[in-house]
Design a protein around this ligand. Structure first.
Ligand code: AMP
Length: 396
């Protein structure tokens, strides 16, 4: 089966075309500046970049341009659009309705639309992507894979905010959690590596956006992001958990509107806000190593929050058998992994620094006598989406 994986933002569309017979990526790319001037679509094919500059008024234009490229005989990717067997879409918010991926039909489209207040930037873009693919590839089944789905197994006491229950019911205000496709992918990989599904796992997705999940016997029981992806760990530009009173305080003191403060907490906070250097963890780590004290503080907050979240999840599950690091920082920064694990000796975590300094494949980085297994597992959300898409459409 050949599966097209699509991830739409409000003005962008990332894609991968995957041959599921051997799970290899035939081509990938990103269309940017959709709806703006100077649109550009960049394809990555056999290690080469092919850049096509063309304005795209809508996501449909981006999909049409992509299809034109895929069937272009010059590149030998596919011979006709009918070679694409199914399309899998990343969808941000499935609310409480979806705990698994689903084949898209009218009811699913309506449900994604209904979740727009919970994901105001992403869900409309995801819908545009689905509609554009439906128009360009009529009759080809499409699957929605929700970022929130994996976390739907959280018990109510972990997902319910202690605010008046009428608001919980009326506005569906609760913890949903995000990065679910990544947490699920590394959970499945970790189970393969452990040779069992029955264990207590903390998955740490540490990238520009960052979240942890507590996974008990394969099922998520808690996660650090909340109603939106703003909660939890310190991130590239997002503050993570702060006292909710900070919003009113900043509005009063700085004469800002709630929207302005929301923007500050989402786009100007995190390691960028604290360090004043960058939202890119590599730059902030480098500044810290060069003696920049605010960069040091930004990184210390980051390490501290991941470490204390792991401790919190040890309490949630009455122990931890394994910890997984994934995403940009989690996969690539040995020093971040060392700093996070440093004070987890009470759990029996011991890292082998030689193994920790290696890069690449999924691997264990703990010492033989460590009570807790520690793994680095490169995430692959696109493959997870493609696998779900195959599972749901192969018999259609
Ligand atoms: P992601 O959002 O998963 O793509 O992760 C992006 C983040 O990972 C960026 O802030 C990068 O600076 C960070 N990152 C990538 N490689 C490294 C590295 N070797 N050391 C530290 N941070 C890294």
């Amino acid at each position: 089966m050949i599966v097209l994986v699509v991830n739409c933002g409000s003005s962008s569309m990332k894609y991968q075309l995957i041959d599921m017979s051997d799970e290899h990526v035939m081509v990938s790319g990103v269309a940017e500046r959709i709806t703006f001037d100077h649109g550009v679509i960049t394809h990555k094919l056999n290690g080469e970049k092919i850049v096509i500059e063309k304005d795209m008024a809508t996501h449909k234009d981006a999909v049409d341009l992509l299809m034109e490229f895929l069937v272009d005989p010059k590149y030998h990717i596919i011979s006709s659009m009918s070679d694409i067997d199914a399309v899998g879409h990343r969808v941000l918010h499935g609310g409480s309705k979806y705990s698994e991926s689903v084949v898209v039909d009218d009811a699913v489209l309506k449900a994604i639309e209904e979740c727009t207040p919970l994901g105001p930037l992403h869900n409309p873009a995801n819908l545009m992507g689905i509609n554009a693919c439906a128009a360009a590839l009529p009759g080809v089944p499409q699957v929605a894979v929700f970022d929130t789905a994996f976390h739907q197994t959280m018990p109510a006491y972990a997902s319910t905010y202690p605010i008046p229950y009428e608001y919980v019911e009326k506005h569906k205000i609760r913890k949903y959690g995000f990065h679910g496709t990544s947490h699920r992918y590394v959970t499945l990989k970790a189970a393969e590596m452990m040779g069992t599904k029955e264990f207590k796992l903390v998955t740490c997705h540490l990238g520009n956006g960052a979240s942890c999940a507590a996974v008990l016997n394969g099922k998520c029981v808690d996660t650090s992001m909340g109603l939106t992806p703003l909660d939890g760990l310190e991130m590239g530009t997002r503050c993570g958990t702060v006292d909710p009173a900070v919003v009113k305080f900043l509005c009063d003191k700085e004469g800002l509107t709630v929207d302005e403060v929301d923007d500050i907490l989402n786009k100007k906070s995190g390691v960028l806000g604290v360090s004043g250097v960058s939202n890119d963890f590599r730059d902030v780590e480098e500044a810290m190593n060069n003696g920049n004290e605010r960069a040091r503080l930004a990184m210390q907050i980051f390490y501290y929050r991941v470490r204390t979240t792991i401790g919190q999840y040890a309490a949630a599950m009455d122990g931890v058998d394994a910890i997984v690091f994934t995403a940009g920082v989690g996969e690539n920064s040995a020093s971040a992994r060392t700093a996070i694990c440093k004070d987890l000796t009470y759990l029996g975590v011991k890292i082998d620094e030689e193994l920790n300094s290696k890069r690449g494949e999924a691997m264990f980085i703990n010492t033989p006598d460590s009570k807790v297994k520690v793994m680095v597992i490169p995430t692959n959300e696109e493959l997870m989406i493609a696998l779900d898409t195959v599972a749901l459409t192969k018999d259609l």
